[in-house]
Design a protein around this ligand. Sequence first.
Ligand code: TYM
Length: 331
Amino acid sequence: METVLSGIRSTGNLHLGNYFGAVKNFIKMQHEYKCFFFIADYHSLTTHPHPADLHANVKQVLVEYLACGIDPEVATIYIQSDLPEIAELYLLLNMNAYVGELERATTFKEKVRKQPDNVNAGLLTYPVLMAADILIHRAVKVPVGKDQEQHLEMARTFGNRFNRLYNTELFPEPFAFNFGTNLVKIPGLDGTGKMGKSEGEGNAIFLADTPEVIRKKVMRAVTDGGPKQENQEKPEVIQNIFMLMEVVSSKETYDHFNDLYNTMKIRYGDLKKQLAEDMINFTEPLRKRITELSSDEDYIHKVAKHGAEKARESASKTISEARRVIGFRHF
Ligand code: TYM
């Protein structure tokens, strides 16, 4: 059975971009593949979280994964920092990752632009750590949103390079995967493009947002002055609102507002009201489960422990083989 691996950084609550970009498909995938889903807490260190927040964030993402329907008895769910094997593979891969290629990564260039005062080596080698996450289980399918495509290409480069250098076939090539459909990019509400947790206030709708918060954020979403002619192409900000509607609303609702747009009868206030209600209908059951699970400390502890054991079993096999082909021997 093919191995699937995917992760989410523990830098904040899950939003609709995470859900529709990756998590939604995890639920179906877990029954068809050998699945590893993890919480990337090492990765979150690039932004220097306060120690008190780090643990709370990891717990929150774990709870939200479970609330979305990931079954810890079927898939393996674990926390990245519970697997020291990942850190070791990261070190080994770093020896053959070139500064030039890391500096050219789009995500790195974006971080340098956004946070010029914190350009740390962890940011530069972020794709190497991500490659280690994937290669440690020799995964071939990696469910991700469109923003992670370049990182997958780098993971293939690092795996292939290792294989060539040590004359081994240890690492298969991993590919971005979305269960037979195209990779998606869910837009944010502020007209800047992608929904993301590090974007501006009001950009993202979180699964744990209350109905009042969702209404407020959606009503403030950026729009324009309205269509100027019938059947015109939608400008990006409007396209974004419709794309969000496509994922949370029924086809009838989408078609209804699309027709109103095309016939120039649309009122953005009505469109946003409907979108907010459909987002609330979608997130409400998840929010309830998140609240319930959050208080079940015993269960969370059990899931994390069980996941770490299963994941380490897989990771330790890979790291032993990597050490062997490199030439490390015990005295
Ligand atoms: P992260 O935490 O930013 O996002 C987690 C997942 O959600 C997807 N995603 C989106 N998809 C569509 N539209 C959006 N607006 C959107 N925002 C986020 C991301 O593509 C991702 O699939 N580097 C990764 C975490 C990671 C990882 C890995 C993923 C670390 N190691 C190994 C896969 C395999 C990240 O920062 O994702």
